[in-house]
Design a protein around this ligand. Structure first.
Ligand SMILES: *Cc1c(COP(=O)(O)O)cnc(C)c1O
Length: 411
């Protein structure tokens, strides 16, 4: 970063500090990951200069032959990886991918059904503070209080009552496998379009560790930066019948020029995800999550649904004198980064909460395995038991620093 150092010492130092932060603590935010150096190099290339509105072979600008090459590569790799008919790799983020999917089928005022945000859904699935809740008539389902699993009786009842035009399946904080087939059948019953938002699960599906939604959905959206381990961005896939309308919604309806440097990086990441090493990675992510969940449960930590099938778990702190906010802060001081999260039946505000979301994708990328998960699980349980014990937190910070040093990254 010689040029950056010369040109802007403040930004240069912020980048170095951020790199030290990422390396020096245990990154357990379930939606984060570490992209490969190749993916990051592609993002820093001259493709950032290029305007390429339109699609490969049909651009509104000249000089797009190499942009076409990387975008075609990204599209064909996405189609191959997920077994979809069609892919659009231009959405700037997961939220944009969802927006394109909704506007392909909906008019303002139309009905959608999605998962309750406080039960694990996402803002773009109908929250009143998001465009989805402002523009569409939203009904939400949730999980059963008794076992923390999606209540399909409630899903069916909601869908039969509301007769939505579109059902969005997906979650940001649901630790169990998603039954795409049943959601697809419920959508078909009322003639609703079925959109699956795979953001959190994309890498697991790509690695063959979670059932694929592709045959049960009209449209599949995803982020590329979570378990899929690519650059920050979005992706939409769909059946051939919807290809034209999806492409038109991404551009020109909601976006302008595509981020060609990010699309080049998406091509690299999708290539990586097609490799045998990535299948192994996905398997390790899930195995690590299981080991961590078991360790926590054995230590008396309550998990929503009692465990996990995926890369994440949700700690329910309601049996303790501790909020999600204070638990997040105590763990961070111990060198463990997680995020506070609402739990099903939440009574506190989203800034306080009664839960924590913990994930294994980033630490698995770092090369950590079951032994490290067992140790880390013990440290987390210690801090949740004694969140105000400064001696314990200082001792844990020393241990996390030592563990981080044993698993270097970015070389
Ligand atoms: C992360 C996420 C998104 C949004 O992705 P952004 O890139 O942050 O816009 C959408 N849906 C779900 C389920 C997510 O988890």
């Amino acid at each position: 970063m010689e040029h950056l150092k010369q040109a802007d010492a403040v930004v240069h130092q912020a980048v170095l500090d951020e790199e030290s932060r990422q390396l020096g603590q245990l990154e357990m935010i379930a939606s984060e990951n570490f992209a490969s150096p190749a993916v990051r190099e592609a993002m820093g290339t001259v493709f950032t200069h290029k305007y390429a509105e339109g699609l490969p072979g049909r651009r509104y600008y000249g000089g797009c032959e190499f942009a076409d090459r990387v975008e075609d590569l990204a599209r064909s790799r996405a189609v191959e990886l997920f077994g979809a008919d069609h892919a659009n790799v231009q959405p700037h983020s997961g939220a944009q991918a969802n927006m394109a999917a909704y506007f392909a089928f909906l008019q303002p005022g139309d009905g959608i059904v999605g998962m309750n945000l406080s039960h694990g859904g996402h803002l773009t699935h109908g929250s009143p503070v998001n465009f989805s809740g402002r523009l569409f008539r939203v009904a939400a389902y949730g999980v059963r209080e008794s076992d923390g699993r999606i209540d399909f009786d409630m899903v069916r009842e909601t869908v039969r009552r509301e007769r939505p035009k579109l059902i969005v399946t997906g979650a940001s904080a649901y630790p169990r496998a998603l039954d795409f087939r049943t959601f697809g059948e419920i959508a078909a019953e009322v003639g609703a379009v079925h959109v699956v938002d795979l953001a959190h699960l994309a890498g697991l599906v790509a690695a063959g560790c979670h059932p694929s939604p592709v045959e049960h959905a009209d449209v599949v959206t995803t982020t590329t930066h979570k378990t899929l381990r690519g650059p920050r961005g979005g992706l939409v896939m769909c059946r051939e019948a919807h290809a034209r309308i999806i492409d038109k919604m991404v551009f020109p309806f909601i976006q302008g020029g595509p981020l060609m440097h990010v699309i080049a990086a998406k091509a690299v990441a999708l290539g990586e995800a097609l490799s045998p090493a990535f299948r192994e990675y996905g398997g390790n992510v899930v195995r690590n999550a299981r080991v961590l969940a078991r360790t926590l449960v054995e230590r008396g930590v309550r998990l929503v649904s009692g465990g996990t099938d995926t890369h994440l778990m949700l700690v329910d702190l309601r049996d303790r004198d501790l909020t999600g906010k204070d638990a997040e802060r105590a763990l961070e001081r111990g060198g463990i980064t997680v995020n506070k999260n609402t739990v099903p039946g939440e009574t506190r505000s989203p800034f306080v909460t009664s839960g924590l979301r913990i994930g294994t994708p980033a630490l698995t990328t770092r090369g950590m395995g079951p032994d490290e998960m067992t140790r880390i699980g013990g440290w987390i349980a210690d801090i949740l038991d004694r969140p105000r014990d400064d001696t314990l937190i200082t001792r844990t910070r020393a241990r996390t620093t030592e563990l981080c040093a044993a698993f270097p990254l970015f070389r």
